[in-house]
Design a binder for this molecule. Structure first.
Ligand SMILES: [Zn+2]
Length: 257
């Protein structure tokens, strides 16, 4: 049975240093694709290196809103623009806005500037985007609406915002990734209940740690089959059906033919 992980922080040392062992384990389990998202520029370079080793790894270029404290240096802008023209397949992530964990409002316009930089490139080069929207869901929705990016290239990762905005995103036709927190009975469950399978992907957000049935689990692609079991249970489908639809969804999202 094949599966994907649409959002995993592969360029951090925890995975990066031991990638051969991890990939062996994940490929044995049936991993088809994993998006290795980055938080900052140095991780983008590492994500490109990982793709050169494993074709199943899709690099995620991104500056996470938590990392946005100043304007992007000109040199980084040039390098990213260069890599965008040479790396394929490619996803932008983790990008977006955060008005929940980042309390200092003076950073919000900067977050928007960096987010817009990636949205512009996405629009220009048809690059799929992997979005963080914590506490800024409505503003993210408005910004996305002002760009002409196909909804099938938009992934809202680990959505936990207001239901009203969830429905707006859903009706726009974007993808949502179901996260391991679903296994611990989180509020994220309403995403799984309210969104059809045709608009879902799966993610670990590794190496985030989760409490699942009293156990502390480190997120990685190895946990995805358990998420798929939960999806099969809630949607009342077989694992094979779930696997087939999710695989098709991921390829549509990532522009893989
Ligand atoms: Zn993340």
């Amino acid at each position: 049975m094949q599966f994907h992980d649409a959002h995993c922080h592969l360029p951090i040392n925890y995975f990066y240093k031991d990638i051969d062992n991890f990939m062996k384990q994940w490929l044995d389990l049936g991993l088809e694709y994993v998006v290795g998202v980055s938080m900052k520029y140095t991780e983008i370079e590492k994500a490109i290196e990982l793709q050169k080793k494993y074709k199943q790894i899709i690099p995620g270029f991104g500056i996470h809103p938590w990392e946005v404290k100043r304007n992007m240096p000109e040199e980084q802008i040039n390098k990213i623009s260069y890599h965008v023209a040479t790396v394929s397949p490619l996803v932008f992530g983790e990008i977006g806005l955060d008005h929940h964990f980042i309390k200092k409002e003076q950073y919000y316009p900067l977050q928007e500037e960096v987010f817009r930089f990636f949205l512009n490139l996405s629009e220009q080069y048809s690059i799929p985007i992997n979005i963080h929207s914590k506490g800024a869901e409505e503003r993210v929705y408005e910004l996305l609406d002002s760009f002409s990016i196909p909804p099938s290239n938009i992934l809202i990762h680990w959505y936990s915002g207001p239901k009203k905005i969830l429905y707006k995103f859903r009706d726009k036709g974007v993808f949502f990734s179901i996260n391991p927190s679903i296994l611990g009975g989180s509020t994220h469950r309403f995403v799984l209940e309210k969104v059809e399978l045709e608009q879902l992907l799966t993610e670990s957000d590794g190496n985030v740690k989760y409490w699942i049935k009293g156990e502390r689990i480190i997120g990685s692609p190895a946990i995805i089959p358990q998420i798929m079991e939960k999806i099969a249970e809630v949607k009342n489908l077989s694992m094979d059906e779930v696997s087939e639809v999710l695989s098709r969804n991921f390829k549509e999202f990532a522009n893989i033919s």
